[in-house]
Design a binder for this molecule. Structure first.
Ligand code: NAP
Length: 343
């Protein structure tokens, strides 16, 4: 039986990947911070099926002991301070976890378990302000936030460790991928939530945004620049690509995305259409919410992944948005039920 260690198992991708690997018959270990595991998280339903190892990616000793205990055939390094917007306020921590955490993991593999295969979670955010309309493995990086800069550092070090020490480290340059498991502070989930609020007639939402105000206030969802364009795919599809990368004979870098661009306005239109509402009645754009520096349009050229991995996305943009809105509707109805059980 093969075994795999997933760092960041409580996150969106970690939980989908754990399900995928369990389905393939793997013994799955997850590295998680103790306090995260004991509150509801994306992998809570896998309790008893995965073996938990507690640790923090900012502690080299935690990483080394997790690897020594799991003795995994494959490691998926997904743990991250993964919010580009928040990385401005938490720049040192972002570098510590996303940058140095990865290096510590490569070092631990080199010293304790060099035969193990490693997947490094790189990001399309590394392309930053791009002048090239469609991005592939050769596109130069131009990061514009601390998160992306930390990811570039880890990505380059993965290549250096691969070439200098002969380690098997494959990096997936993944474009945005979403799901019903995305935390509410992510943009796509806010839109799904806004649509669910509109459907339920909630004009002041129970959940708050980063500024401590209701996400939907006075019947409006307030967003930043509606013109930004992203290549948004479904997380369940993307974890399959991670696994495929580690099944190749040689480690390599792969761009993973859908190749379909959508603006934030498209996303709003689609989400509110799911509940028969017009987004224009429910969404406003506030320039104060725009980032100091915005990444350019992201659009993946996935020819290499399609050719070499045989990978294709299976869930369309519309299907993904529908799943997310349905999950938020269910969640809000449950909140209402618990607040007012007779209602
Ligand atoms: P996510 O939901 O935010 O999950 C991140 C995970 O990292 C969580 O389990 C989190 O645990 C854990 N973590 C954070 N700090 C940690 C620390 N100091 N020690 C140990 N664990 C820590 O992110 P995701 O969407 O699943 O993404 C997975 C990976 O892919 C990340 O590296 C992300 O940067 C990268 N990526 C994501 C996308 C995307 O669109 N989703 C695109 C490109 C790349 P807690 O529960 O304790 O917070």
């Amino acid at each position: 039986m093969k075994s795999a260690l997933i760092t960041g198992i409580t996150g969106q991708d970690g939980s989908f990947l754990a399900e995928w690997l369990l389905g393939k018959g793997y013994r799955v270990f997850g590295l998680a911070r103790r306090e995260s595991w004991y509150r509801p998280n994306n992998a809570s339903h896998l309790t008893g099926q995965v073996k938990l190892l507690f640790g923090d990616m900012s502690e080299g000793a935690d990483i080394a002991s997790a690897i020594q205990e799991a003795r995994p055939d494959e490691i998926y390094n997904l743990a991250s301070q993964s919010r580009p917007g928040e990385s401005w306020a938490r720049a040192p921590e972002t570098l510590l976890v996303d940058g140095l955490g990865a290096i510590r993991l490569f070092e631990a593999v080199r010293h304790h378990y060099p035969a193990c295969r490693v997947y490094q979670a790189s990001s399309s955010d590394m392309f930053g302000q791009v002048s090239i309309v469609i991005q592939n493995e050769q596109t130069p990086f131009n990061p514009v936030n601390p998160y992306a800069a930390a990811k570039v550092y880890a990505h380059q070090m993965a290549k250096i460790y691969r070439e200098s020490y002969g380690l098997y480290i494959a990096s997936g340059i993944l474009f945005n991928h979403e799901s019903e498991r995305r935390p509410l502070h992510f943009l796509t989930q806010k839109v799904a939530y806004g649509a669910a609020c509109a459907a339920l007639g909630i004009s002041d939402s129970p959940d708050l945004n980063e500024m401590g105000r209701p996400i939907v206030q006075h019947g409006k969802l307030v967003l930043g620049n509606l013109e930004i364009s992203r290549d948004w795919g479904y997380a369940g599809d993307f974890v399959r690509a991670m696994w495929l990368m580690l099944q190749q004979e040689r480690p390599d870098d792969f761009v993973i995305g859908t190749g379909q661009p959508h603006t934030l306005q498209d996303l709003c239109e689609t989400a509110y259409r799911c509940v028969d509402r017009d987004w224009r009645d429910n969404v406003v754009s506030d320039p104060a919410l725009m980032r100091p520096l915005e990444s350019g349009q992201t659009l993946a050229d996935t020819s290499k992944a399609r050719m070499q991995l045989g990978w294709e996305p299976t869930v369309s943009f519309d299907e993904m948005v529908k799943k997310m809105v349905a999950a938020q509707l269910l969640r809000l109805k449950n909140v209402a039920h618990h607040t007012n059980p007779k209602g």
